[in-house]
Design a protein around this ligand. Sequence first.
Ligand code: CA
Length: 230
Amino acid sequence: MNRILVAEDEPRIASFLESGLSSNGFVVTVVGDGESAYQYARTGAFDLMVLDLGLPVTDGLTVLRLLRAEKVDLPVVVLTARDSVAETVTGLESGADDYIRKPFGFDELLARVRLRIREPGRAPETTMLRAGDLTLDLRTRRVLLDGGATEVELTAREFALAEAFFRHVDQVLTREQLLSQVWGLDFDPGSNVVEVYVRYLRRKMGGSRIETLRGMGYRLHSLPRPAAGA
Ligand code: CA
């Protein structure tokens, strides 16, 4: 049974995390300030901490730095409300294993937790997904092109869509599958967000890798294809 420490001061988010993680089989302890987070995290009683950076008493970054200075190697996924690349980088440099930006979908959080949780005896999950010469780095959420020579930054939504494609290389994914995996089932089925975001990914990963199959869906190819119309 995996034990998760949730350090989050907003009651609504804390209870959302607690009920979601509990129903997925985790034992959850919630604390609402940084000092408690620090004290609980050092006990060694947890397998992962979800740490909000904006906490009262002691902020999350300070908690993280204190823990890492004491060589506490508890896996930490930080939550940040601020859409700040600098803060994300600071978090990772301060010893966070992963991060997630608010607002987030529960599936997104669960995926990060499962990726990072300490499980004795289990090989660490892969952090790199490949499609031929393209690589998706799950840790930095970047796509590596040209055999790693070029790194391209993805937004949270682009990354989620890219991850869906990279987990099903050379397979057709329907628009509905992508909507439910990336946007959640409650998304308006008439929306054209999938088309819009596929276009964003093509701009970043090269136009010909993601094929549109009219009336069926989309496919990420492991091999480069001739440009459209060629
Ligand atoms: Ca907060």
